[in-house]
Write a protein of this length. Structure first.
Length: 474
């Protein structure tokens, strides 16, 4: 006997707090999704549209992850012997009325299969064999291909056929209508399965690290694009920086890995400032937290804080150098066998002592660093690191004993991103500090003898930032 474990639902993509839903199948013969403003389709028109079409198969190359994904599926099956495991890709989410967000598949589904099409469900059988149930290209025997706004080929583009998917992904692919989960244990999320999948993804293989390196390289180009267009940045503000980086992400990658944070001036003190609607003012700083998601969904996550005028003021330089020193201490702490939290603790020690030197702490730096105090965190606010991979905050459902309380292993990838944030209305800091926010973030892979900075093509030190900007400013 076996029962199924199901992550998410067939029709709903994964979220951080998914709702429980029963998987549903989709029949290609269903009434197409149409809108009230679509013109009527007489029977004669529909019959005519179903005739006279040629047919051809696309010669899709083998997916680069096919062999790796097969091994991942076998590893997952071994973790749950005798059980049927069901991992959906998810479906579309409405943005506004009859428009959807661009589809992005569930991470675990794509990691296990390579598939990026919507409405697909991967089933790992108790035998260890796997079947991908998918919604293929529109049939010419129904109205879907010319009427359906979501799946119709003439509306949304050609989806691959079952044969094309099978040959490319290296896994048997059947029509979604054949999916049967009767008698299965059906949850919105099975916590144990989700935890295991998160932990399986913690250590990246060489192919994954290559994908992350490519995402970082494209991200560096996006930062460079932004500085090259500085005259437009000064004219249009934060929006221009956001748009310039997005252009590079779409041209060379899949999308943004997350909404870009473009914080000019005091906006830099808002950790997740994604409105990006303010001005960029000479004499101030601008914080850019941006990352490209590559074609295979691995994402970079990089932050630089730049002087708008191209050079730091003495005060800005001192504060920036403090954050840079803290970040370097965090990076130096990354190595196999070190605790995941070692980078955070190293960076916070530097910042706490720096805040003490500025006369801001109500107690000594050592007292402030005591876990029962942490008063220094008024100006540091967040953790220094998170795992990185196909999700920008990767592997977040792992057991806390493994992450974040566990140790680093070769192949893990994490960010190191300390910051200092002095709010505009903080009366406990001198007026000249108020409204300044600084963060420096890089993507670090744990190597056999230490670490490697995947995003080190972008300058980090104050001198290097000024030289870099000077070489690019229009």
């Amino acid at each position: 006997m076996f029962h199924a474990r199901i992550v998410g639902s067939v029709t709903e993509p994964q979220t951080d707090a998914p709702e429980t839903a029963t998987p549903q199948t989709t029949d290609a013969a269903e009434t197409p999704r149409i809108e009230s403003h679509d013109p009527a389709v007489p029977a004669a028109y529909a019959a005519f549209m179903r005739t006279g079409w040629g047919d051809r198969e696309l010669d899709l190359p083998p997916h680069p992850v096919a062999s790796l994904a097969a091994g991942r599926r076998k590893g997952l099956a071994a973790a749950f012997p005798g059980e049927r495991l069901v991992i959906p890709a998810g479906s579309y989410k409405v943005r506004s009325n009859d428009t959807d967000y661009r589809f992005r598949p569930d991470t675990a589904h794509t990691w296990l299969s390579g598939n990026q099409t919507s409405d697909a469900v991967l089933v790992v059988e108790p035998s260890g064999e796997s079947v991908l149930y998918a919604r293929p290209r529109s049939s010419r025997e129904t109205d879907e291909f010319f009427r359906d706004r979501q799946y119709g080929e003439l509306w949304a583009g050609r989806r691959p056929s079952l044969h094309e998917m099978t040959s490319s992904l290296g896994v048997e692919v059947r029509h979604l209508s054949e999916l049967d989960t009767s008698g299965a244990r059906v949850n919105g999320v099975d916590a144990e399965l989700t935890e295991v999948l998160s932990e399986m993804r913690l250590v990246k293989d060489a192919w994954e690290i290559g994908e992350l390196q490519e995402a970082c390289d494209i991200t560096a180009l996006g930062f460079t694009d932004s500085v090259r267009e500085w005259d437009r940045v000064l004219e249009f503000g934060e929006r221009w920086l956001e748009g310039t980086f997005f252009r590079r992400a779409r041209a060379m990658g899949n999308d943004l890995g997350y909404d870009s944070i473009v914080g000019g001036g005091a906006h830099a003190t808002t950790l997740h400032w994604i409105e990006n609607s303010g001005p960029i003012v000479p004499g101030e700083l601008v914080l850019l937290d941006m990352g490209v998601e590559g074609r295979n969904l691995y994402t970079a996550d990089v932050t630089r804080t730049l002087p708008v005028s191209g050079r730091f003021t003495p005060l800005q330089r001192d504060l920036y150098t403090l954050v840079f020193t803290a970040q370097q201490a965090g990076i130096d702490a990354v190595k196999p066998g070190a605790r995941f939290l070692a980078a955070h603790e190293a960076a916070m020690s530097v910042l706490a002592h720096g805040l003490s030197d500025l006369g801001l702490l109500p107690v000594s730096a050592e007292e402030a660093l005591d876990p029962d105090s942490k008063v220094y965190a008024r100006w540091t606010l967040h953790g220094t690191s998170h795992m990185l991979g196909m999700d920008v905050h990767d592997c977040g459902r792992a057991s806390a004993d493994v992450y974040p309380r566990g140790e680093l292993e070769e192949g893990m990838v994490l960010t190191v991103e300390p910051g200092l944030y002095f709010q505009s209305d903080d009366l406990l800091v001198p007026e000249e500090l108020r409204g300044i926010g600084i963060r420096i973030e890089d993507d670090i892979v744990v190597t056999a003898d230490g670490s490697l900075n995947l995003s080190d093509s972008l300058p980090r030190s104050a001198d290097d930032v000024e030289d870099w900007m000077g070489s690019l400013l229009p």
